[in-house]
Design a binder for this molecule. Structure first.
Ligand code: LLP
Length: 419
């Protein structure tokens, strides 16, 4: 459920007509609904409440300070994959003790910064990283808490470009090496390996791959415990999908019941790293139709938003529902169009053969379910200003990231005095 709906023929975010935001802030622009975001955060949290978990929101999905502050207020921690994301989380008031640090390429400087901040744990993805953490921690005279991210070699059944839990992915420590790497960790005096972690992919629409991966991990935990490893944390990652089109991903409640069934009597602190399921449907991207172009075989809606503003379709063939902001008349025809952006690349296509009601130059369209991996993945290709973000709360809204100006973009460059 979300708070984007037509009222008086105009799509609203809560009580604010999107036409007003477009007129006052311009397009393209991301628009988030506070009520939707908070609702999703609470539904997920409440579904898991019986498990007494720590929920570490995956900052990569949407790292805006306003979003992070709202989630901090709901008791969320953070899953970060860079010192930059860690800084964002800390700046928004998420306590260091609720931050886990994932990612395959943590640098010594990042490890140091995380140890200085006092984060809960590193999710370690290789032997080499374990050794680097040992060295940095030793130099600082501290002990680092780590979980080892084990790759369960399970097919998440999701898009190949967002799967992470297969043996041939770069993520995690191979399943059959896990016992050896824990034994190695035990010999390191400045590392305390008290947890195990996994994350098999994103936008999963079925419970079975989760269950298979979690079940394998529980088997491993039993073996590790039998060998005397003090495993106290189990980090189950993120990955729960959302409905973009006609998929019906499991509800958080069903996910929670499955987790309980699989991990029930192990006496572990559970950690979750949801991203998309929290913010995905709490946002949309608003764009204006610049031209409608007819060719011999096709009709193009050319928008002022491009693949630099919303990369998912170009990168993963991702589907986003595109709706007209002015509600189409009942029974209006739906004719197939190509929805494209202004960027000079053939892959700057949002949708092909998409049935759309009649829209004309100057009309507004909204890309639904764009709250996750939308603004965070945007960039400035073709010298396009970084897209702004707006947060709606009832009948008010605030710009939570202003549109960058091209002058600011140019000012980032430095011309050496020998040119
Ligand atoms: N934890 C780890 C270690 C991750 O790598 C990810 C996402 C998450 C948690 C959060 O996963 P979620 O709950 O959001 O599925 N840009 C792609 C998605 C990439 C996901 C990367 N890792 C997209 O737009 O679909």
């Amino acid at each position: 459920m979300d708070h984007f709906e037509y009222r008086n023929g105009i799509l609203h975010a809560e009580d604010v007509p999107l036409t007003r935001i477009a007129a006052e802030v311009g397009t393209p622009v991301y628009v988030y609904s506070r009520a939707t975001l908070t609702r999703h955060a609470r539904v997920f949290r409440d579904a898991l409440a019986g498990l007494d978990p720590l929920i570490c929101y995956a900052v990569k999905a949407n790292g805006n300070q306003a979003v992070l502050k709202l989630l901090a207020a709901e008791g969320y921690g953070a899953d970060v994959v860079s010192a930059g994301e860690m800084k964002r989380a800390l700046a928004a008031g998420i306590p260091a003790g609720k931050i886990v640090f994932s990612g395959v390429a943590k640098t010594d400087a990042e490890i140091r910064a995380a140890l200085e901040a006092g984060i809960l744990q590193f999710n370690v993805e290789s032997d080499a990283e374990l050794d680097a953490i040992e060295q940095v921690a030793a130099a600082m005279g501290v002990t680092a808490r780590v979980s080892l991210r084990i790759n369960p070699d399970v097919d998440a059944g999701t898009h190949a470009k967002i799967t992470t839990g297969k043996a041939d992915n770069k993520f995690g420590i191979a399943w059959d090496r896990a016992i050896d790497v824990y034994a190695h960790a035990r010999r390191l005096p400045h590392v305390e390996a008290t947890g195990i972690d996994l994350h098999i992919g994103s936008q999963l629409s079925k419970l079975e791959p989760f269950e298979a991966a979690f079940t394998r991990t529980v088997e491993l935990i039993r073996r590790l415990k039998a060998e005397g490893h003090p495993i106290r944390h189990l980090d189950l990652g993120g990955g729960l999908g959302i409905p973009y089109s006609d998929e019906t991903p499991p509800a958080p409640q069903a996910y929670a019941e499955m987790v309980h069934r699989v991990t029930g009597n192990l006496d572990l602190k559970l950690i979750f790293e949801p991203g998309r399921v929290i913010v995905g449907n709490a946002g949309l991207m608003l764009s204006e139709v610049v031209y409608v172009k007819e060719t011999a075989s096709k009709r193009f809606l050319i928008l002022d938003a491009g693949m630099n503003d919303l990369m998912r379709p170009a990168l993963y063939d991702a589907y986003h529902e595109v709706v007209a902001v002015n509600e189409p008349a009942a029974g209006a025809p739906r004719d197939p169009v190509e929805i494209v952006g202004p960027v000079c690349e053939s892959t700057d296509v949002f949708a092909r053969e998409r049935p759309m009601p009649p829209v004309a130059r100057g009309d507004l369209v909204a890309f639904r379910s764009a709250g996750a991996y939308g603004a965070t993945m945007s960039n400035t290709y073709n010298a396009r200003e970084l897209v702004p973000e707006v947060l709606v709360d009832g009948d008010r809204y605030a710009v939570i990231r202003p549109r960058q100006t091209v002058d600011e973009l140019i000012a980032m460059d430095r011309v050496p005095d020998w040119i």
